[in-house]
Write a protein that binds this ligand. Structure first.
Ligand SMILES: C[S@@+](CC[C@H](N)C(=O)[O-])C[C@H]1O[C@@H](n2cnc3c(N)ncnc32)[C@H](O)[C@@H]1O
Length: 276
């Protein structure tokens, strides 16, 4: 979808302000202003159950920056970011284009509130390109066939697929998360990359059970996965060093303050792999 299409859809979008949305709760955790009372109430309950929710959200953003920079430095110039979230500077294209100005980025999310902020994601450097499309990862065929994606990225050249803090919203109860990821991986050419960060119960199972219950009660099923379950998303691809790690330990940047946090507080694993 181009900018004008985003505006057209904006006119008819139901933002469902009376119920919490995961993107707006996440925005609240990150200190953003694109959230409403229902989101803030659910977010406050999540923070009460798991006070380090804010640390987890910020650690996740920091991983996005480190992994994007790493892949751009390895020469990847195309990025597909699914489950983008409400724009938070720096967005992925700003990080990628700071290394490779001609980087091309397609953002996608299924939350209508993100669509209304798509304009902020479209401020590309002139040498590169960014685009936004409203799509659902649980329909990988539809997502992959989308004209915005096909018109922006070249599927004959490597693409970095970012699934950051997304897959725990794709529960086994309702969908085949691993099958979905395999469909996306199969569409990408050799040399492409898969970037995943994912909530885990491995470090503090009781706290994660509490916060998961709060999301479910708010109408958003969540499934934290074990390291082994998350590792399966990378099947057949080659993990970059240091492998699938607690998110704070994936190529930590000594200048980032979050290094003082614990793995239990960040509560996520993260990894990056390349397609052989
Ligand atoms: C926790 S936010 C993560 C945002 C960003 N990727 C990051 O790591 O900072 C999760 C995002 O995934 C989106 N999302 C959840 N389920 C989705 C689905 N089935 N298809 C596409 N996006 C989805 C939500 O709307 C939300 O914006």
């Amino acid at each position: 979808m181009d900018d004008s299409t985003a505006r057209e859809q904006h006119d008819v979008i139901d933002l469902e302000l009376d119920r919490p949305h995961s993107a707006r709760m996440y925005d609240y955790f990150l200190g953003g202003v694109t959230n409403f009372p229902a989101d803030r109430e659910a977010a406050a309950r999540a923070i009460a159950a798991f006070p380090s929710t804010l640390i987890a959200a910020r650690s996740n953003r920091a991983f996005m920056r480190r992994s994007t920079r790493c892949l751009a430095q390895l020469g990847i110039e195309q990025f597909l970011d699914i489950g983008t979230g409400i724009p938070t500077s720096p967005n992925l294209h700003e990080v990628a284009q700071s290394v490779v100005p001609r980087a091309r980025v397609v953002y996608t999310d299924n939350d209508p509130i993100v669509l209304t902020h798509a304009r902020a994601l479209l401020r590309s450097r002139p040498e590169g390109a960014t685009a936004y499309m409203h799509a659902d990862v649980t329909d990988p065929a539809g997502l992959l066939a989308h004209h915005v994606l096909r018109g922006t990225l070249d599927f004959h050249r490597p693409i970095a697929l970012s699934l950051n803090a997304l897959l725990h919203f794709v529960t086994d109860e309702h969908h085949d998360a691993h099958g979905i990821v395999e469909s996306l991986k199969a569409a990408l050419p050799s040399g492409s990359a898969l970037v995943v960060s994912h909530a885990t119960p491995d470090f503090d199972p009781e706290a994660i059970a509490r916060v998961t219950a709060i999301y479910r009660a708010a109408g958003t099923p969540v499934q934290a996965r074990t390291r082994e379950e998350i590792a399966r998303f990378f099947t057949g691809w080659e993990l970059l060093d240091p492998g699938l790690r607690p998110i704070l330990r994936w190529r930590p940047d000594p200048e980032e303050a979050h290094l003082t946090f614990t793995d239990a507080e960040a509560a996520c694993y993260a990894g990056v792999a390349r397609k052989p």
